[in-house]
Design a protein around this ligand. Structure first.
Ligand code: SF4
Length: 476
């Protein structure tokens, strides 16, 4: 996906319990591996069994911590957080992890996801006299846990969970334990790993590999896992439910291709998506070109299934990211050229299949097609390895309002014309789940279908429609 303001995952969480280890440094490197899940801010909290230290800053993990910071983060338990904002704006006070409470009653919380009832929880807490410092749902979540009744932390967390609606994968730090929690629908991933000297929890398995931990298993939907001096204690969900709602976009785009979720290595799954895409939308072409980097596995799959040679013809500047320095008008007009260059020697006279993972607003697809043609491509056939995105996300992905989604208002054929492609094909929902190879009732695909796995409060629902779609929904 080329769009600078395309869908963004709303956080990565990490935690480690390892007596005798430099847990702050392990967490720093774990967060490095989860940088793709959030680039606005990064934070680490640690505990030595008596008190909690925390360091949170805006920016990338590499810029957020100095050597001195890491030395000052003492103890044998740590949690970390990388953040994009879905609720609350991008300011230092909203950076995670959140620390609430005092003395033995202090907890730090790293959260990946979004509570759809975050606003009502905030209002209830404020009505009870709680002073909230940030504008995030995570702070409300942390206070809800802190104020819940129960004899111990698992009981209090379970009581709090009965009030939380939405997506939450959590790493919680108490003075003497690391606690991992996943919402009952398992919307965001969370896994458990083993070090020689302790235990790790992480949003994705790639972070385990980075610090030399072995994958043990995923935290189950609705499960609470407590890691302390006694080892690992699991508190499974009180009721078994075959229904899950793992975000299907973790499989399509968000999670790193070297991570595995639900037993599936995502590079391999995305290759299968590319092969399905070829079966559903073949093209008479000379080259298969990925939009780097996220569409590379699917383009390889399309190439292998079709026999059309794979070629890298777009070179991405990997250091652009989300910049706080706005380009001037002349550079803005250059558009995608700030991010991509094309190779004329590869493209001259060729009929090209361009593989992308999604088209959100469509604003940058047209310049990419133009870039390929200006570099000599004779034809450009757009192939997208997800179905069209027609609905906004309320569960932890900063996507767009419905008004802004090109597929909410144009047919596939109209999108092809709008972006200047010679043909266009999207992977079907059936093809997507054939490629994933797991039952559909274990996934959320609401941004593709409009069927949300949890009820969305009407005011939130309308806010992400945009004016035009809100009027249409109201029948005016
Ligand atoms: S609405 Fe889309 S992006 Fe959001 S959780 Fe569901 S599948 Fe993922």
């Amino acid at each position: 996906m080329a769009e600078a303001n395309g869908p963004r995952e709303a956080c990565g969480v990490f935690g480690v319990f390892a007596p005798g280890e430099d847990v702050a440094r392990l967490t720093f490197f774990g967060l490095y591996a989860l940088q793709h899940r959030g680039q606005e801010s990064a934070g680490i909290a640690t505990s030595d069994g008596r008190r909690i230290w925390v360091q949170r800053r805006m920016g990338l993990v590499s810029a957020a911590f100095t050597e001195e910071d890491l030395r000052e983060l003492r103890g044998h338990i740590a949690i970390g957080h990388t953040r994009y904002s879905t609720t609350g704006s991008s300011v230092p006070i909203n950076a995670g992890p959140f620390v609430v409470g005092s003395g033995d009653e202090t907890i730090a919380v790293s959260h990946n996801g979004n509570l759809v009832n975050g606003e009502s929880l905030r209002a209830e807490l404020q009505a009870e006299g709680v002073v909230l410092e940030s504008t995030t749902d995570t702070e409300a979540l942390a206070w809800t846990i802190l104020r819940a009744a129960g004899r111990d932390w698992p009981e209090r967390i379970r009581a709090a969970m009965s009030r939380l609606v939405g997506a939450y994968s959590l790493a919680i730090l108490t003075c003497d334990a690391l606690i991992a929690v996943r919402d009952p629908l398992g919307i965001r991933p969370l896994c458990l790993g083993r070090l020689d000297s302790g235990w790790v929890v992480a949003s994705e398995t790639c972070a385990l590999a980075t610090i030399g931990a072995d994958f043990v298993r995923e935290i189950e939907p609705g499960e609470i896992v407590v890691i302390d001096e006694r080892g690992v204690t699991s508190y499974p969900a009180p009721e078994f439910s075959p229904e899950q709602a793992m975000c299907v976009f973790e499989f399509i785009y968000f999670a790193r291709p070297d991570s595995a979720i639900m037993g599936q290595r995502l590079h391999v799954v995305r290759q299968r998506m590319g092969a399905e895409l070829w079966r559903e939308h073949p093209a008479d072409a000379d080259l298969v070109v990925p939009l780097p980097d996220s569409a590379v596995p699917a383009a390889i799959g399309y190439s292998l299934a079709s026999g059309i040679p794979y070629a890298e013809a777009l070179i991405k500047n990997r250091y652009i990211g989300r910049t706080f320095i706005q380009p001037d008008q002349r550079l803005r007009e250059q558009g995608v050229r700030l991010k991509f260059n094309a190779l004329p020697e590869v493209l001259a006279g060729k009929r090209v299949v361009l593989v992308d993972d999604t088209i959100v607003r469509g604003t940058t697809s047209r310049p990419i097609v133009e870039l390929l043609k200006q570099a000599g491509a004779r034809e450009v056939h757009m192939r997208v390895h997800s179905p069209p995105i027609k609905w906004p996300c309320y569960l932890g992905v900063d996507m767009a309002t419905r008004d802004e989604l090109i597929a909410a208002h144009l047919s596939v054929e109209e999108i092809g014309k709008a972006i200047g492609a010679d043909s266009i094909g999207y992977l079907s929902l059936e093809g997507l789940f054939r490629a994933i190879g797991l039952p559909r009732n274990r996934f959320c695909a609401a941004c593709l279908t409009g069927h949300y796995p949890v009820p969305i409060p009407p005011e939130q629902f309308e806010r992400r429609l945009g004016r035009r779609s809100a009027l249409a929904a109201a029948g005016t």
